[in-house]
Design a protein around this ligand. Structure first.
Ligand code: PLP
Length: 432
């Protein structure tokens, strides 16, 4: 048996300016962090997030347990990442088994788990080729590169511009920021990367008019998550597909948030009965382990020849083993039907939340277990009031709060969350 290592205090390092700072964490002799209740957030972490002052010690299914022992119902799923909840035994076993054998070899060699994951994604989707990477932004960036490369390889190098939509979010790299076009996120980072044309959300005529001789692709999320849980209707996705076919463009779907079972299909575009040429995936595919993937048709993927793209970590044995374990569960017969069933329950419950405060909750949005409450004001207050009710939610754009439980959530957890949401809505709804 391994005895727990002694705990030693880890006082902040650095010059005299740090000397007066109180300790933020303690560290065990083996180096793992132990939280001191009441400690200040560490100044060592770059202040890029306005974080809630909550530290979680462990997770169990749909629950996160804080360092003080409080149990929170997690209806944020780490921003749609913990698709199978916390500490799912199958994922833990897969990670532990792989960790004891082989973590990383680089892509200079064949990687068995990577090939298996790619093959399974090909078998389960429209795709014929897969590139594995580490995050959503990296998958979107690679998707953009693949679209441009396709036209280049087919003798149309002038086709490099990508049409994107207002409210989109594709990540935080320089190209994906430019693709999203949100001025708030672009501020202070120099001129946005060129080659993106931003159009209003849901204006088909504007879309058709914007297609020009330099257009390579149309890129969109089937449902804008960060943008406010705004669903692109099936007929619009079909319309985009038709436009792409008519003009020789590629359709890029960003399914980073909507993919991996979140909407009740393995990928959200399946609802519309269409297939993209390129798809970016991440988040739920790793269930919490960092992973991303670019899925393409053969026509696109075959243009990504040796040397045209790469990633040191992408598809390494550890990440791929977890990705395969996620698919083991999601591809089980009945799993996605179960998501649909729970989604119907959640939607019914959210109607009760709206009834509790109709002036505050103006609309219920979403598809599957990617749902949102559109509020009459910014969501921060609602998210904080939910924390007081020990319920975790995620804010989004367009005055929306996301309600995105793990896909493994139980019916009783949904009904518990709805009771808490009703109390939150009543309380926030009475604040002027
Ligand atoms: N695309 C979409 C639709 C997303 O929701 C996100 C993240 O929220 C990203 C891309 C970026 O993913 P990541 O944060 O893993 O880079």
């Amino acid at each position: 048996m391994i005895t727990p290592p002694a705990v030693t205090t880890n006082r902040p390092l650095g010059g005299p300016e740090h000397a007066a700072t109180s300790p933020t964490l303690e560290t065990t002799a083996r180096g793992s962090a132990v939280f001191i209740p009441g400690a200040m957030p560490s100044q060592a972490v770059m202040p890029t997030y306005a974080r809630q002052n909550l530290v979680f010690a462990r997770g169990e299914g749909s629950w996160l347990i804080a360092t003080n022992g409080d149990r929170y119902l997690d209806f944020g799923s780490g921003v749609a990442v913990n698709a199978l909840g916390h500490a799912h035994p199958h994922l833990v076993a897969a990670l532990q088994a792989q960790a004891g054998v082989l973590w990383h070899t680089s892509n200079l060699y064949r990687v068995a788990e990577q090939e298996r994951l790619a093959q399974r994604l090909v078998a389960a989707t429209f795709a014929e080729r897969v590139f594995l990477c580490n995050s959503g932004a990296e998958a979107c960036e690679g998707a953009i590169k693949a679209a441009r490369r396709y036209h280049y390889a087919n003798g149309r190098p002038e086709r490099w511009r990508i049409i994107t939509f207002e409210g989109a979010f594709h990540g935080r790299t320089l190209a994906t920021l430019a693709a999203g076009g949100n001025p708030k996120y672009l501020e202070g980072f120099g001129l946005p990367a060129p080659g993106f044309d931003h159009l209003p959300f849901g204006d088909h005529a504007a879309l058709e008019a914007a297609i020009g001789p330099e257009t390579a692709a149309i890129m969109l999320e089937p449902l804008q998550g960060e943008g406010g849980v705004r669903v692109v209707p099936d007929q619009c996705l079909q319309g985009v597909r038709e436009l792409c076919d008519r003009h020789g463009l590629l359709m890029i779907l960003d399914e980073v948030q909507t993919g991996a079972g979140r909407t009740g299909r393995l990928f959200a575009h399946e609802w519309a009965g269409i297939a993209p040429d390129i798809m970016a995936v991440a988040k739920g595919l790793g269930g919490g382990f960092p992973i991303g993937a670019i899925l393409t048709t053969e026509a696109v993927g075959s243009c990504m020849t040796a040397g045209s793209h790469g990633s040191t970590f992408g598809g390494n044995p550890l990440a791929s083993a977890v990705g395969n374990a996620v698919l083991d569960i999601m591809l089980e017969p009945g799993f996605l039907e179960g998501v649909e069933h729970k989604a119907a329950l959640l939607k019914q419950g959210l109607a009760r939340v709206q009834d509790a405060a109709p002036g505050l909750v103006t609309q219920i949005r979403g598809r599957g277990l990617l749902t949102g409450l559109k509020l009459s004001r910014p969501p921060a207050e609602f998210v904080s009031a939910a924390i007081a009710e020990k319920l975790l939610l995620v804010g989004a754009g367009d005055n929306t709060v996301r309600v995105i439980p793990p896909l493994t959530v139980s019916e009783s957890e949904i009904s518990e969350a709805i009771d808490r949401l009703v109390r939150v809505a009543r309380q926030v709804g009475t604040i002027a």
